[in-house]
Design a binder for this molecule. Structure first.
Ligand code: B12
Length: 504
C-alpha cells in the first residue's frame, strides 16, 4: 500500500443545528483509536472532530429544539454548505487510504453524508464505520453503499487488524468483529473479544498534539475527559450503553487512572471530568480511586457523573477530599412510577436526599432529566416539572426521550406501535421536536408540555449559573470559565409564546 494514512472522523452533529456551535472536546473514541494506531502500527493518523469549530459560540437548548432542528434537516440534504466543504478539504488535503468514522444512532445521517463526500473525493478510499450505532445495528450499516466495513464493539484491536489486512491485502474474513461486503452481500466475521487489560491502552490525549487537526486551536480543557471503567452494571430501560459495553464492568487500575490524570496535570490542566456512565461503580472502587487521585495528583479538581445509589456521606466525603468539585446525577423523572418503570433504582425522595448530601459537601451539582417516556401521563410530566423547579442544583440538563436501537425502550416502542420499520433514528435525538413516543399523550400536547419544562429548565439554569460561577471561582480559581453564558431570557420566552398554555 503506497499511502499508509488513516483519517479518523467524528461527524458534525450540533454544527448542523447551528454552524457556529462547537463541541470543544477531543472525542475519547478517536483518542483511543489514534493511540492504538500510533502504538501498534506505522500508519500515519489524523483525527478530525467535525463538531469542533475554532470560532464558536455556545449552543442553547431552545435553539436546538426550535429553528435549529430545521437547519439540521436542511444541512443534511444540502452538501454544499460550509461544514461539508471543510470535510471535503480535510479529506482531499490529507489523501487517506482509509477513513474511519464514528457513529451514534442520531449522527448516522451525518455519517452517511461524510462517507459519500469521502467517496466523491476518491472512490478508492476504504470507509470504515464504528461506534455505538454499528455495534447495535450491525450489517444494516452496509446498506449505505459508501461504507465498506462496519466495526462492532470496541475498536482498538479491530482497527489495527484491519489496517494490517489492508496493508497486506489479506482477506478481511480473518479480522474479528466486523461486517464487510463479499459478492454484494454483508458477511460477518467471528466476534471480537473485549479488551481484557484496559491499563494496556494508550491514554487518549497522549498523541493529540501530533494527530489532532487544529490541535493548537483547542483550549486545554478539551482534553479533560477520562474513562476509568467500561460497562455499566445498571439496567436502565432507555440506555444504549448496555449493548455497547455490557453490564460486566471492566476497571482500569486506580494507579493507571491517576497516571493519566498526572500527565494531564503536567500539561497544565487543573480539572478533569470522568465520562464514565456511573463513576466509581461501587463504593470500594470509588474510594480506592479517590484515594489514588488524592495521593498522586494533589491539587487536581475533578467532576463526574454517577448514580444516586452511590451517593452516601462517606463516599462523597472521600470524593470531596480527593478534589471532586462537581457531580452529575441522572434523576430523569419526578414521578416514582416512571422511575420504577425505567428501572432507575431509586425514588424521587431518595434522589432529593442524594442531592442534599452533595450540596452539604459544597460540591456543585448538575442533574439530568428526561421527559416523554412511553409510560408518561400529564401527571407524571407535571411531577417532573415540579421536581425540576424544586431540586437544589446549579444546572439541569434536559432531554426528550428517544428510543435508540438496541435498547429495551426501542423494543417496547415497536411492540406498542409507537415506531415501525420506517423509524429513522437520525431524525430523533434528545432535542428533536419531532419526538413523541408517549402512549397516553397526543404529540401536540406533549410538545406543549415539553416546552413548558424547557422554559423551567432555562429559568433554573439562568439562576443556577450565578451560583455556579461563584462556586467554581472559589473552588477552582478566578481563571476558570464556567462554560456557557446565561440563556437569554427573550430566547426562553419565545418558546412559550408560540405554544399554547397547557395548564401545568
Ligand atoms: C461523553 C458522551 C457524550 C458527550 C461527548 C460526545 C463526543 N462526541 O465525544 C456529549 C455529551 C457531547 C454527547 C452527545 C451525544 N451523545 Co453521547 N455519550 C457519551 C458517553 C457517556 C461516553 C462516550 C465515550 O467517550 N465513550 C468512551 C469511548 C472510548 O467509547 P466509544 O465512543 O463508544 O468508542 C469506542 C467504540 O464505540 C469504537 N468506535 C467508536 N467510533 C469508532 C470509529 C471507528 C472507525 C472504529 C473502528 C471504532 C469506533 O471504538 C472506540 C474505542 O473502543 C456515551 C455512553 C458510553 N458509555 O459510551 C454516550 C452515548 C455514546 N451518547 C449517545 C447519544 C445518543 C448522544 C447524542 C446523539 C445525544 C443527543 N444530543 O441526542 C449526542 C451526539 C453528539 C455528538 N456530536 O457526538 C448514546 C448513543 C446511543 C446510540 N445507539 O448511538 C450513548 C451510548 C448514551 C446512551 N446511554 O445511550 N455524548
Amino acid at each position: 500500500m503506497d499511502r499508509k494514512r488513516i483519517l479518523l472522523i467524528d461527524p458534525p452533529f450540533y454544527r448542523l443545528f447551528k454552524e457556529t456551535f462547537s463541541l470543544v472536546k477531543y472525542p475519547l473514541s478517536l483518542g483511543y483509536l489514534a493511540a492504538a494506531v500510533r502504538m501498534h502500527t506505522d500508519w500515519d493518523v489524523l483525527v478530525y472532530n467535525g463538531d469542533f469549530s475554532p470560532v464558536s459560540e455556545p449552543l442553547e437548548m431552545t435553539y436546538l429544539t426550535g429553528q435549529g432542528f430545521q437547519n439540521y434537516l436542511k444541512r443534511l440534504k444540502d452538501l454544499s454548505g460550509k461544514v461539508w466543504q471543510e470535510i471535503r478539504t480535510v479529506v482531499s488535503e490529507y489523501g487517506p487510504a482509509v477513513v474511519g468514522i464514528s457513529a451514534k444512532s442520531p449522527t448516522f445521517a451525518s455519517v452517511r453524508a461524510v462517507a459519500s463526500l469521502v467517496k466523491k473525493v476518491d472512490a478508492g478510499t476504504m470507509v470504515v464505520v464504528g461506534g455505538p450505532h454499528p455495534t447495535v445495528v450491525g450489517s444494516r450499516v452496509l446498506d449505505c453503499p459508501d461504507i465498506d466495513v462496519c466495526v462492532v464493539g470496541e475498536g482498538e484491536k479491530t482497527l489495527i487488524d484491519l489496517l494490517r489486512a489492508f496493508e497486506n491485502q489479506i482477506e478481511l474474513a480473518g479480522v474479528r468483529g466486523i461486517f464487510y461486503r463479499q459478492g454484494g452481500r454483508a458477511v460477518a466475521t467471528l466476534p471480537r473479544e473485549s479488551v481484557k487489560d484496559l491499563d494496556a491502552l494508550g491514554f487518549p490525549h497522549q498523541f493529540a498534539p501530533e494527530v489532532l487537526r487544529d490541535y493548537v486551536r483547542y483550549p486545554l480543557k478539551a482534553f479533560r475527559h477520562i474513562f476509568a471503567t467500561r460497562g455499566c452494571p445498571r439496567n436502565c430501560f432507555f440506555c444504549g450503553s448496555r449493548e455497547m459495553w455490557g453490564r460486566r464492568v471492566r476497571f482500569r487500575s486506580p494507579e493507571n487512572v491517576a497516571q493519566e490524570i498526572k500527565s494531564l496535570q503536567n500539561k497544565g490542566l487543573k480539572f478533569v471530568h470522568f465520562d464514565d456512565d456511573m463513576f466509581g461503580v461501587n463504593s470500594r472502587y470509588l474510594r480506592a480511586l479517590s484515594k489514588e487521585i488524592l495521593d498522586r495528583c494533589p491539587g487536581i479538581h475533578w467532576s463526574c457523573e454517577t448514580h444516586v445509589r452511590l451517593i452516601s456521606r462517606e463516599n462523597v466525603s472521600f470524593m470531596k477530599a480527593a478534589g471532586c468539585y462537581m457531580i452529575q446525577l441522572g434523576v430523569e423523572s419526578g414521578n416514582d412510577r416512571i422511575l420504577s418503570e425505567i428501572r432507575k433504582g431509586f425514588t424521587i425522595k431518595e434522589a432529593l436526599e442524594a442531592c442534599e448530601v452533595v450540596n452539604r459537601h459544597d460540591i456543585s451539582l448538575e442533574t439530568f432529566f428526561m421527559a416523554g417516556f412511553p409510560q408518561e401521563t400529564r401527571e407524571t410530566l407535571r411531577d417532573t416539572l415540579r421536581a425540576i423547579e424544586r431540586i437544589d442544583c446549579d444546572k439541569v440538563v434536559y432531554s426528550i426521550f428517544t428510543p435508540y436501537p438496541g435498547t429495551e425502550a426501542f423494543d417496547f416502542c415497536r411492540k406498542k406501535g409507537l415506531i415501525d420499520d420506517s423509524y429513522d433514528a437520525s431524525l430523533h435525538n434528545h432535542q428533536s421536536p419531532a419526538n413523541c413516543f408517549c402512549l397516553r399523550i397526543a404529540p401536540e400536547q406533549f410538545r406543549a408540555l415539553s416546552a413548558r419544562i424547557e422554559q423551567a429548565v432555562d429559568e433554573k439554569n439562568r439562576l443556577g449559573r450565578a451560583r455556579k460561577v461563584e462556586r467554581y471561582s472559589r473552588l477552582l480559581g478566578p481563571d476558570f470559565s464556567a462554560g456557557t453564558p446565561p440563556v437569554r431570557r427573550d430566547q426562553a420566552l419565545k418558546v412559550s409564546k408560540i405554544l399554547p398554555s397547557v395548564g401545568l
